[in-house]
Write a protein that binds this ligand. Structure first.
Ligand code: GTP
Ligand code: MG
Ligand code: ZN
Length: 363
């Protein structure tokens, strides 16, 4: 890139906005729910612990009952009710009916790429409701720890207004490299807990974060979400499986999200591992808001609308901050990857190389 052209930047931004609008339209959810379905309170509610197509398993008055959506809601149950949802159920004859849904405090959703469609429009997949705390579970070594997954989870959670902690499981395998990555997040003020289900290390510490909360475990397959749920539940009822030897990838053992109560008022939703996290519904211009370490630098860039991507090094204080070691280079790499995904420009490596070469010149 030889020079910076303000008009090019303007054009890029216009095209970003256009793309975003089209996507938002395509993603727009139809509100087929009848008006009186969502209510504020009810006398005694049940909590959805698992939803399979048309059946919701509801924890109600101390036992698990199978319930169906009330007739006039013309949707499949798993499109309407998610683990963690509070519902007003009624027994009629031998079956339970979900008459109302209690207003949610939060909903965790992600965009799922729809491979059956030719365009790149994703589908919003809702994962769980009423979450007080999300635990981003990662593992030392198996599968390898990559900041890019953590960063994307942090974005999605922050966007859903859900507080997050990071749990490094398999700390029995921890390396210095893993420690360095964790330090980056500790320095950002994020709570990091280390655990090993082998030898019961750090489990009480993790429990202290989860007490009196409806929490969710998210993270890639094979990191040990179900093993941790087992360790907290104190039994071995949940299926877990070995990470495959060759690829060090998990095997997607858990297939649906499930809700477990481990203490009065304290529950965990164990979720299936996901391979990639799509952040395509985010506005590229706002991605920097999810990188608090850019603050204090980003407003000093030469162009007030700098996105710290294609702008020249000399005009971008964020790039200079990375080269000078003031901003963590791995986090900046995550930022560039996300930006290049969103902008459809694949050459983020060129940008990285340039910043790294400036670093060399300096030394
Ligand atoms: N070394 C080590 N291995 C562990 C630890 N915790 C779990 N594992 C192993 O990691 C593998 C995967 O564990 P799971 O609990 O099934 O992982 P998961 O995150 O639930 O995976 P999905 O359900 O596929 O998303 C199993 O072989 C566990 O025995 C740990 O603390 N240390
Ligand atoms: Mg699992
Ligand atoms: Zn900049």
């Amino acid at each position: 890139m030889s020079h910076y052209n303000a008009y090019d930047s303007f054009k890029t931004k216009k095209s970003i906005e256009k793309k975003q609008r089209a996507k938002a339209k395509a993603l727009g959810e139809k509100s087929e729910l009848v008006d009186d379905f969502v209510i504020n309170t009810c006398e005694e509610y049940g909590v959805a612990i698992e939803v399979r197509y048309d059946d919701a398993y509801i924890l109600y008055k101390g036992e698990v009952v199978i319930a169906k959506l009330r007739r006039d809601i013309n949707l499949v149950c798993n499109q309407v009710v998610f683990p963690g949802d509070k519902v007003d159920v009624e027994k009629s004859n031998d079956t339970y009916i979900i008459n109302h849904l209690l207003k949610r405090t939060s909903i965790l959703s992600r965009i799922k790429k729809d491979s059956t469609r030719l365009n790149d429009v994703g589908l919003t997949k809702k994962i769980a409701s009423n979450i007080d705390l999300a635990v981003i579970v990662v593992a030392a070594q198996e599968p390898p720890l990559h900041p890019k997954f953590i960063d994307r989870y942090l974005m999605i959670l922050q966007n859903s207004n859900i507080p997050a902690v990071i749990c490094l499981n398999k700390c029995d395998l921890k390396t210095d490299e893993d420690e360095k990555i964790l330090d980056t997040y500790r320095n950002l003020g994020i709570d990091v807990v280390e655990t090993s289900t082998y030898g019961n290390i750090g489990i009480d510490n993790l429990k202290s974060r989860l007490i009196n909360k409806q929490a969710i475990f998210v993270g890639n397959s094979g990191v040990g979400k179900s093993s941790l749920t087992n360790a907290i539940m104190g039994d071995n009822e949940i299926k877990t499986s070995h990470v495959s030897d060759k690829s060090k990838r998990g095997r997607h053992t858990t297939t649906t999200s499930k809700y477990y109560v481990w203490e009065e008022n304290s529950s965990i939703i164990d979720t299936p591992g996901i391979r990639s996290l799509d952040v395509s519904s985010f506005n590229p211009i706002e991605i920097q808001d999810y990188f608090p370490e850019f603050e204090g630098w980003r407003d000093k860039c030469k162009y007030s609308d700098c996105i710290h991507f294609n702008e020249p090094y000399d005009s971008c204080i964020v790039k200079q901050g990375v080269a000078n070691g003031l901003i963590n280079a791995e986090r900046y790499e995550s930022y560039l990857r996300i930006m290049s995904d969103l902008l459809g420009e694949k050459d983020y490596e060129v940008i990285l190389e340039e910043v790294a070469s400036r670093k060399l010149q300096k030394n």
